[in-house]
Every structure is written in C-alpha cells, then in structure tokens.
Write a protein of this length. Structure first.
Lengths: 76, 130
C-alpha cells in the first residue's frame, strides 16, 4: 500500500524534491506522507493539504487510508 | 441540502470554534482528534466539539460541505482552519492564536471552556417498534 501512495504522490507532484510515505503502524492503513514541492510555495497550509488530498483521493475515498498525517514543504 | 447538512452548517456558523472529532472532548477516541484538541488547549481556546461517531452521515455531510476528506476538522468563525496536522502546525508556530484573533477578536479564549454537542437525535424508541 505504501508503494501505491508513493506512486500516486510522485505522479501528482512530478517536480517534487522529496516524497516519503511512512506506514505508521505497519498495518497498511495509517500513513504519514511528506511531500516537498515548489508547487506548495505561496499556498496556505489548507491549500497545500488539499493538493495532497486530491492526489490521494482514491485511497481516501475507498477507505484504504484509515488515518493520514500530512507534512508539506515548499521551496526553502 | 439535507436537514443534517443544515444542522452541521448552522453549528459551524454559530460556534466560534468547533472541532468535529471522533469521540467527545472528555473521551477522545482517535489520536488525530486528540492532537487537534491538544493544539486548541495549548493556546487556551474555548471550543465546542461534535462527535462524528454516532452517525456515519455526519462525517459524509461534513466532508461534502467542507471538501475536506478526513476527521478531525476544526472551524473558527465559520471557516475551516484545518485538520490535526495544520492546527498543530499553526499552534506550534504561533499562527493559530493570530488566526483566531483575526476571525474572532479576543473572544475565543473565554476561559478555555470545552463542551461536546450532539447533532443527531437519539433514536426514538417508538420507531423501533415493528
């Protein structure tokens, strides 16, 4: 499941400097994703997280993601 | 819009700070919900909690209104502030207090009062009779 999220995020953020997916419990449904992308620069945290939600709409919608933590960073 | 959806919107509009969580402010059933409440407490905010667990429709209607897929969701002055990660991040950077000041003036502290409200009626026993 981590690989699926990794792929979805890399496809949604082709210019990302970093995409990390951590399966927090090893159970394949509690994840912490970190995305570093210039697309976040200048966006509010809400809009940054919405971009990640959009990328993960499918696993969020079908219930495979039970819990999601998100860390986003733009250019630093 | 459904009656429940109306009630959710009214709660968002009427409560200065409202957190839709799994559980209640006294008995939180989810780590992310707990993190959001902890962030609100860390700045001394008064808040109203809504437990989404009694009825799955609450969560569905809420997410339809807010376009935010996950729980918890924290609103202030009628607007979505964010989920657990954002509220925690804002609290850590000091921006949460600034945001609450901006939306609510200085009324949001109000002694750090906490309460949980119910959005769905308890089941009417008469309806259970076949």
């Amino acid at each position: 499941m981590s690989e699926r999220l990794q792929t979805l995020l890399e496809e949604a953020f082709p210019d990302a400097q970093g995409v990390e997916v951590v399966d927090r419990t090893g159970g394949g449904d509690h994840f912490h994703v970190t995305v570093v992308s210039p697309r976040f620069t200048g966006l509010t945290l809400l809009d940054q997280h919405r971009l990640v939600h959009d990328a993960l709409a499918e696993p969020l919608g079908d219930g495979t993601i039970h819990e999601l933590r998100i860390t986003t960073r733009g250019d630093s | 819009m459904s009656e429940l959806s109306d009630r959710i919107q009214q709660t968002i509009d009427a409560e200065p700070v409202v957190a839709f969580i799994k559980g209640t402010h006294e008995q939180c059933m989810c780590g992310n919900s707990e993190r959001a409440l902890h962030a609100l407490r860390s700045v001394g905010a008064s808040f109203t909690a809504v437990d989404v667990l009694p009825d799955p429709a609450i969560r569905q209607e809420l997410s339809a209104l807010s376009s935010w897929p996950t729980i918890p969701q924290v609103f202030a002055g009628g607007e979505l502030i964010g989920g657990a990660d954002i509220v925690q991040e804002l609290a850590a950077s000091g921006d949460l207090e600034a945001k609450l000041d901006e939306k609510l003036g200085d009324s949001w502290r109000n002694g750090g009062e906490e309460r949980t409200v119910e959005l769905t009626e308890r089941q009417n026993p008469l309806r259970l009779v076949p």
